[in-house]
Ligand binder design. Sequence first.
Ligand SMILES: CNC(=O)Nc1cc(-c2cccc(-n3cnc4cc(C(C)(C)C)ccc4c3=O)c2C)cn(C)c1=O
Length: 280
Amino acid sequence: GLITRLRHPVSQDGNCYQWEVEPEELNLGQELGSGQFGLVLEGRWRGRKVAVKMIKEECMSEEEFKEEARVMMKLSHSKLVQLFGICSQHSPMCLLFEFMENGCLSDYLRTRKGRLSPDLMLGMCLDVSEGMAYLESSGFIHRDLAARNCLVSKNNEVKVSDFGMTRFVLDDQYTSSQCSKFPVKWSAPEVIRYCKFSSKSDVWSFGVLMWEVYNEGRLPYENRSNTEVVESLNSGLRLLKPRLAPDAVYLLMEWCWKEKPDDRPTFAQLLHELASLYSL
Ligand SMILES: CNC(=O)Nc1cc(-c2cccc(-n3cnc4cc(C(C)(C)C)ccc4c3=O)c2C)cn(C)c1=O
């Protein structure tokens, strides 16, 4: 009856999480694809379109995530893909996110190759730097920043997705740096060597993301193995300037790829530099 329905639903373990979503309020639609944690569907919730991630139990440490969910719900910025809530009253647990009409940035770049204006590419880098500067100011590390982990809205804004989520991945092929699925080509040297993640290692990844944007979604170090990439980085080699990148933008990429984390810019500095180039 009415009196038993708390203002906020109660989940299995009897706690009352304000981010628990009533399953009855959620309508599921067609498949959007599948990610590290399983299937992602389109959905409708409280009159808005959402993306619903159905979490496969063997893919995520769910208890750890539910603890972290309270922190992630508080991270809110126009250039971050918003987590609206979680539905953990039945299995599989599902996560509700703001829906991004134009899908992931890497696919977006590849399907529009040859039609991307320099201004649009700079705007994309600026969008990501805004979202990342907010995470940096909140002391929150992404750990897997790349074009594949950014999404594009219906008005072509780019937003950062799945920040911090690698901490809940159970597939250790993905999480340890010697293994095949580890994103070596986006990782700073200190991350590859001793898994030392920081906002400065996110800045390194952001440099590679800028390279992806100006190369219209091409993969970095395309025909080289992870081992060859590590060796070439150790000998001081870096990704070359994309043909479409202005010198000033390539200088920012090289700044992001300084060997020593402290020699790299902050996202606040990158945002400032990109915004001043954007207004030229
Ligand atoms: C057409 N529009 C859309 O498709 N929109 C959307 C597609 C997806 C989507 C669909 C399938 C898979 C994934 N995906 C991709 N990479 C991931 C990476 C990780 C880490 C941990 C490895 C970083 C975790 C989960 C995922 C994941 O679920 C996403 C984000 C999510 N959202 C919010 C959309 O608006």
